[in-house]
Every structure is written in C-alpha cells, then in structure tokens.
Design a protein around this ligand. Sequence first.
Ligand SMILES: Cc1ncc(COP(=O)(O)O)c(C=O)c1O
Length: 456
Amino acid sequence: MTNQTKTWQKPSLLAHKTGLMNKVGAVAQHHFISEVDGHPVEDLMKAYGSPLFVLSEQGIRDNVRQLRRAFETRFPRVIYAWSYKTNYLNAVCSTMHQEGAWAEVVSAFEYEKARALGVPADRILFNGPHKKRSILERVVEEGGRIHIDHLDELYLLEDVAAKAEKKISVTIRINFDTGYTQAWSRFGFNLESGQAMDAARRIGQSAFLELRGIHSHIGTFILDPRAYAAQARIMCGFMEAVEEQTGCKIESVDLGGGFASKNTLHGTYLPPEQVVPSIDQYAEAICDVMMECKNNREARGLPFPTLILESGRAMVDDAGTLLSSVVGTKRLPDGKRSIVIDAGVNILFTAFWYNHAVHLTSAVEGIPEETVVYGPLCMNIDVVRASMMLPPMSVGDVLHISPVGAYNNTQWMQFIEYRPAVVMTHPDGSVSVIREAEDLACVVAQEKLPAHLAEF
Ligand SMILES: Cc1ncc(COP(=O)(O)O)c(C=O)c1O
C-alpha cells in the first residue's frame, strides 16, 4: 500500500465528540481482511455475487477435532452429536458426520434430513417438544433415540411402542437450576419439583419403555464453565437417585450444548478472546465431575455412563463469514454517517444478539467516524450494526462480517430480497456452492394461484 498515491478527499467539517477520536487521534483504517480462507474477497464476489456466505470446511473440522480431543482425552466414553438447528446445510452436516459426529435433531424435518443424508437412526438423538405420532412411528421402527420432553409425549410414545410390539430405550430431558445461569424450565421435566423423578418412575413401570438416558441443555452462550460442572454434578446425582428408586440402568448423560462461540453479545465490552472460555476450560470443568462420578461408580462395581455433548454454535460460528457490499451512503439528520449494505437482518439473524466483527476488505482512506450499518430491507429494524467506527465508505466496497456460521443459515428468512448463495471453501483450495442463491422460481415454487385470480 505504501507506494500508492493517496486519493484526493473532499474536505469535510466534523463536530468533535468528547471521548471519540478526532482527526488528530484517528486510527488509520489500514486493518483489513482481503481474503477468506485464502480466497481473495474480490474473486469470491465476482464468482458468486454479493452478499455471500462463506463457510470453511477446514474450520468446521478443526473445531470438532478440538472438541473431541478436549473431551476424549479427559473422559473415556464420549459421543458428540451435531445440533442440526445450528446449521443444517447438507455440506455442513456431512462434514460433521465425517468427523464422527452423531446427529441431534428437534423436528420431523431435521430427522428426515439426517436420515436422507445417510445417518443411521441409532446415531440420531431426537430432542424437542413436538413429535407427532407419524414421526414417532418411523423413529421407533428405525431404532432412533428419543428424548422425551413431557408427559403427553411419554404416553404417546408408549402407545406407539405398544402398537409396534417393541420395548424401546428412551432418554428423558430434565431441567433444573445450576445456580449459574437463568434456569431454562420450559423443556423437559423439572427436577426440583419432583416431575423428573415422577417421569422416571412412570417409565420404570412401563412394559414398552426403558429409561436408559438423561439429558439437559442448560442454555446457550454460557460463559462460565462452572455452570457445566454444576450441571454434570446434578445430572450424576439424579442418575444415582433414579437408578436407586426405579431400578433402571442409565447408560448416557447428555449435557446438551451451550458453549459460547467467539462472538460478542450486545452489551459486552471486552472482546470474545477475553471473555469466551476455551473448549478445554469447558472440558476440564465437565470431565472433572464426570471422572469423579465414574470412579465412584466403579468402586461400587457399577458401569459408568457415556458423556454426550451437543455443542452447536461453538463448532461452526467462526467457520462462517458474510461478505456484503456497500450499496449507498448517507448522512443522517443528526450528523451521523450511515451506510446501506446488501445483507440485512433477515439473512444475518444473529445481528439481533451479536455485535459481529465487521472488517474492511481493502484499505480505505479517510477519518473513521461513528457509522450506522443498515441492511437493504425497507424496514426500520434492519440495522446490522447500530454503531461502529468506519472510514468513509463508497458504493462497491465490501465488508467482511464474522463469525456468522451458527444459526444464520437456519433462522434466516426470505423476506423482501432473495437469499444469497452459500459457498464452502475446501482444504484442497477449491470452493463449492453448497446452497444456490434464490431466484423467483424457487421462491414462488410452493405457491398456487386459484384459476379465477389468474387474470386481471
Ligand atoms: C437440545 C439442544 N442441544 C443442543 C443445542 C445447541 O446449542 P448451542 O448452539 O448453544 O451449543 C440446542 C440449542 O438450542 C438445544 O436445544
């Protein structure tokens, strides 16, 4: 950059804002990210259009390997199940399965997706509060692993198993207060009130259900590993109590997901590198308790349970980048600078919780100023970043927004604009489209126009 002639800039008067840097103290915006996984942003934009989601296959693999290594070196029996809802694009799920992950699904759609991809039913954990008879019949027939959420589901499943003349192994989902996070009480059976034990006793009396596992998911983006130590301790205690009171044998303790990704929640001042625990820290907290439980049981001649993990966002968030182009710039009446980019909150759903890292993709001259980053939707709420320091941007400049790999490609919605393509970069240096950009034909494919409305 040093040999380039500086471009002329129109002079402008800026009100000095106390606390913000002025012309004299301004940080030059020379920090930019011009490549994604070794691919120049310019080339990606030319080949696949803007905006564009880019997922890194190697990034996903590295994250899963790190998780498996952290847990498998600390506890002898670990299963990792990929939480489909976090990102269920086939290429992502297949990468996970190639890394040895089972599937964790929460709907008939997700179950069908996992099966269609080739995941054996007995490697699918079926969570969630809504499972219709038809899907339960299929899962029972195929031998999938059902996690019961509530009593009505328990009765329905018992009936399905009875009709199929099968005795099936089940897991119950439980909820409780770890003392570290706001307790999620809407999923599963509550432990403190006795509901969870009642459900276990009820299953203990069933001719068609066998209780073999316990599951809980204490929340998401949990920054304190001690919450997991408390969760593991409570689960192990409940397992002992259930075995003692119902005679069942618990084979797995599933701690769900919730590890934080390297993102920044709204209202967090420190960067993720300083507040988000490492996977090893989570593993240490959990496996300390699980090993204590194992040793304790082995001393009494009892088998120890398999530890199941369902980490979602921490496995895929930082493997995803969104590239988005500036389509307009303007001064707001209060003097604040604003830009409009071609990616809105409908495709970057996580902008509602995170201040994503937004980087320039080429050097831009000029004084950085507080800027609002708007999306392209004709909706007031379409704010990608309410405030960030940016130099003067021009139409066509591209922004690099990350991490975006978790929950955007599933929670996004087609609204006003077509959804863009998603590409995956591969370890051999190639790039594949893993979801085509939408067009009119695919968006209206499900619509039917009644004949009498066809002409006007
Ligand atoms: C049962 C269950 N397991 C795993 C996950 C994944 O959670 P996270 O992305 O926070 O790791 C979720 C997410 O809500 C969940 O409900």
